[in-house]
Design a binder for this molecule. Structure first.
Ligand SMILES: NC(=O)C1=CN([C@@H]2O[C@H](COP(=O)(O)OP(=O)(O)OC[C@H]3O[C@@H](n4cnc5c(N)ncnc54)[C@H](O)[C@@H]3O)[C@@H](O)[C@H]2O)C=CC1
Ligand SMILES: O=C([O-])CC(=O)C(=O)O
Length: 344
């Protein structure tokens, strides 16, 4: 997956050649529209760039409350397959969404030092609710990739909005937790001294603090790291977002690594839609693998979105404890989202 993103970056105008390398015959590449909501933001801009480099995208709609005409004009000069259109302001949201196969949502405020992701709830819950109301109206069949925090609550909000509108399909709603996986892979490779591009680590649970549970016992290549290294790697993965928030010192949270992670996940969704076999990523989805209604785990992506939600596999004692500890916090965040969506 990582190497395919570098292929994209190298492919430039040769997107047809890049598609052929990816196993598509040139006549068989479906048209796919992707919309980015929040496209003028810190994540939105580099994410829009990366989606413009993806040859699976034929139309790219860049929506924000302001600033998108400039971002769209800029990105549109890149000589790759997709046609770009910028949409600014609520009256253009419908047009941005119509016909979308995948909608990526990085709209909303980011953290400042000292804040938790839940501190963003009051502002971002309303933003997500209104955007999802529009998705239900204009592109009810699209796959929705939710980046806006707190993901542990914004995904349940989206589900409730779609249920009320009668459009909910649990196979099509995803909380994007790919950045946790990207971090876990990077940190593990550094500690285990193995090539980073060969590393796989599932990350399960949710997307905030201790609800982020990397399963280093299942990491490959195997490295037999001592317990204290596993604990340190787990903590660093759980606090990865805070590490960036503190380093940015008031200027926001992860944007570039998130754009990379968001582009990887959207690419996986597009591949699944296009019938590419065995596309598996971790994501926060409706789930019955634990007692909680939403949970992140490995998910197989197919022509209709989620094809299969995989179980957790064998856990170490340390991971079993982590799982037990995260359940109450994740449950409360899910319930908070559901309550918000139903009372307002
Ligand atoms: N899931 C994850 O792993 C991660 C999630 N995030 C979250 O992503 C969100 C965005 O972060 P940044 O891009 O850094 O923030 P930002 O403030 O740089 O950009 C947010 C953009 O959203 C736009 N926006 C606000 N209300 C909107 C609406 N109603 N419709 C459309 N656009 C709207 C703003 O105009 C702005 O351009 C935050 O909630 C942040 O916490 C950030 C990093 C990782
Ligand atoms: O930490 C934050 O607020 C942003 C985020 O979700 C991440 O970087 O994982």
């Amino acid at each position: 997956m990582r190497s395919s993103m570098f292929q994209l970056l190298r492919s430039g105008s040769a997107s047809r050649a890049s598609l052929l390398r990816r196993g598509y015959s040139s006549g068989a590449v479906p048209e796919r529209k992707v919309a980015v909501l929040g496209a003028a933001g810190g994540i939105g801009q580099p994410l829009s760039l990366l989606m413009k480099l993806n040859p699976l995208v034929s139309k790219l709609a860049l929506y924000d409350i302001a600033g998108t005409p400039g971002v769209a004009a800029d990105v549109s000069h890149i000589n790759t397959r997709s046609e770009i259109a910028g949409y600014a302001g609520e009256d253009q949201l419908g047009q941005a969404l119509e016909g979308s196969d995948v909608v990526i949502i990085p709209a909303g405020v980011p953290r400042k030092p000292g804040m938790t992701r839940d501190d963003l709830f009051n502002i971002n819950a309303g933003i997500v609710k209104s955007l999802c109301t529009a998705i239900a109206k204009y592109c009810p069949n699209a796959l929705v990739n939710m980046i806006s925090n707190p993901v542990n609550s914004t995904v349940p909000i989206a589900a409730e909005v779609f249920k009320k509108a009668g459009t909910y399909d649990e196979k099509k709603l995803f909380g994007v937790t790919t950045l946790d996986v990207v971090r876990a892979k990077t940190f593990y490779a550094g500690k285990a001294k193995v090539p980073v591009e060969e590393v796989n680590v599932p990350v399960v649970g949710g997307h905030a603090g201790i609800t982020i549970l990397p399963l280093f016992s299942q990491a490959t290549p195997k490295a037999n790291l001592p317990d204290e290294d596993i604990k340190a790697l787990t903590k660093r993965t759980q606090d990865g977002g805070t590490e960036v928030v503190e380093a940015k010192a008031g200027k926001g949270s992860a944007t570039l690594s998130m754009a990379y992670a968001g582009a990887l996940f959207a690419d996986a969704c597009l591949k699944g839609l296009n019938g590419v076999p065995d596309v598996v990523e971790c994501s926060f989805v409706q789930s019955s693998i634990t007692e909680l209604p939403f949970f992140a785990s490995k998910v197989k992506l197919g022509k209709n979105g989620v094809d299969e939600v995989f179980g957790l596999g064998p856990l170490s004692d340390y991971e079993k404890q982590g799982l037990e500890s995260l359940i109450p916090e994740l449950k409360a965040s899910i319930e908070k989202g559901i309550k918000f969506a139903n009372q307002s």
